[in-house]
Design a protein around this ligand. Structure first.
Ligand SMILES: Nc1ncnc2c1ncn2[C@@H]1O[C@H](COP(=O)(O)OP(=O)(O)O)[C@@H](O)[C@H]1O
Ligand SMILES: [Mg+2]
Length: 435
């Protein structure tokens, strides 16, 4: 008879002491386990070291705790009747690693190795040096700004778009599966549930339903429930809802129960409650969290375009009302001219000082004013230089004219004297007589 088990990821799993001890070597000594950092229903996560490359990595071990136990370093089934299921889990784990490897995206954790050992499988992931969103929510001392929340949503949507375009669903999007690196960029981790989706299609005796109250849409609680891209988007909406409001949305099963009883949906919308966010941004999150899948946002791209449309609207609204850009420019020119005019009032003998000695105000002075002043000063100096050259040319012309006039005068006098001289001996005798 088919059995359905609901595994609640939101419960804290008690440490069953099943983890590999620190110092355990894998893949012939290439990797060394440092410590366990997580343990879900299907695997154990370790901080480890890549010995050859001398760097820290994260290693996930396939460990379906429902039917496996540790025997030395090996992972064994608790009963032979689970052997096929364990084999299937290992195959699916390998498939998960290959799926993530295909999803090369800056906001999806990078996987760089997968191998079988200890009768189970391991995948080696890039270590993301940072904190998960749940840590950040719980740490009141350092809340995220609306811009940071928006950035996280936009980048995660882009990553989810790639997952969906590869015909995969993540199926476990929640604050503890989104890590923020030290630059504040998000990385989506933990594709374990995506792998289990494939195993659901087999004729296994046990169907595992993986849910996280508050984040999982109601279809995740139903064996055979139709899971689609908007199911992941519901979980992302719930994650961002938690970031903004500090609370998880109500369990989707409670919401369904209330709606089917014609009671009020216990969901409290974000829109209208958080003034620091654009209202359309909040409305989109509320929409992603609709109970009926048909009322939700259908695709990650659709959600992104809703956000972008809103930003464009806001940019237009922020333009000064009834004012043209040219008006603003003419104001800039006016302001510049004021500085330049002040500068040109100063004595021309010290033009450079004149411009730079514009009274230095304590208040903010835009950089372009200095730039403008410098260019204006240079132009002024160039003009003065040209004027000086022109005056010199005029002076030289004047001197030439004077020299020519003097020469002409000398010539004229010479000619006059020549004219007065006797031209022959008879004239000379008559002049002597008259004189
Ligand atoms: N690549 C990684 N870099 C840094 N920490 C990681 C990484 N992958 C997992 N972790 C840490 O280990 C925890 C458990 O890993 P996860 O893949 O979510 O497995 P599960 O939730 O099934 O135990 C995460 O919440 C995170 O704190
Ligand atoms: Mg996890």
């Amino acid at each position: 008879m088919e059995e359905t088990r609901i595994i609640d990821f939101s419960e804290t799993y008690e440490d069953l002491g099943q983890a590999l001890p620190a110092g355990t070597e894998l893949l012939g000594g290439k990797f060394k386990i440092d410590e366990q950092v997580g343990s879900g229903g299907f695997g154990i996560t370790y901080l480890a070291k890549d010995i050859y490359l001398d760097r820290a990595v994260v290693i996930k071990e396939c460990f379906p705790e429902a039917f496996c136990c540790r025997f030395g370093a090996q992972v064994r089934v608790t009963s032979d009747r689970y052997a096929a299921q364990h084999r299937k889990s290992v195959d699916m784990f390998m498939l998960e690693a290959r799926s993530i490897a295909k999803l090369r995206h800056p906001n999806i954790v990078g996987v760089h190795q997968v191998f079988e050992e200890n009768e189970t499988a391991y995948m080696v992931l890039d270590l993301i040096d940072g904190r998960d969103l749940l840590d950040i929510i719980e740490d009141d001392s350092d809340p995220l700004s609306p811009d940071q929340v928006r950035d996280i949503l936009v980048k995660t949507l882009d990553a989810i778009d790639l997952i969906h375009r590869n015909d995969l669903l993540h199926r476990d999007i929640s604050p503890d599966n989104i890590l923020l690196d030290k630059w504040g960029s998000p990385s989506l981790i933990d594709f374990g549930a995506a792998r289990e989706d494939a195993s659901k299609k087999s004729n296994d005796v046990t169907t595992m339903l993986m849910v996280k109250d508050g984040y999982s849409p109601h279809e995740f609680y139903i064996a055979g429930g139709q899971q689609q891209p908007c199911s992941d988007l519901y979980a992302l909406g719930a994650t961002i809802y938690h970031l903004i409001s500090g609370e998880t949305p109500p369990n989707s099963q409670e919401r369904v129960a209330a709606l089917t009883n014609n009671d009020h949906d216990p969901y409290l919308p974000l829109a209208g409650r958080f003034a620091h966010y654009e209202s359309a941004f909040l409305e989109a999150i509320d929409k992603s969290l609709s109970v009926p899948p048909k009322d939700r946002i259908a695709s990650a791209k659709g959600w992104l375009s809703l956000i972008e449309t809103e930003s464009k609207k806001v940019k237009m609204v922020k333009m000064p009302e009834g004012r043209m850009v040219s008006k603003t420019l003419s104001e800039l020119v006016h302001e510049t001219n004021k500085h330049v005019l002040k500068a040109s009032d100063k004595p021309r003998a010290q033009p450079v000082q004149a411009v730079t000695s514009v009274p230095q105000q304590e208040s903010y002075r835009p950089e372009w004013v200095d730039e403008f002043n410098r260019e204006t000063t240079e132009a002024e100096l160039r003009k003065q230089e040209q004027n000086r050259a022109l005056a010199e040319a005029h002076r030289r012309e004047e001197l030439e004219r004077e020299a020519i006039a003097e020469l002409e005068e000398a010539e004229r006098q010479l000619l006059a004297r020549e004219a007065e001289k006797p031209r022959n001996i008879l004239e000379w005798v008559s002049l002597k007589r008259t004189g």
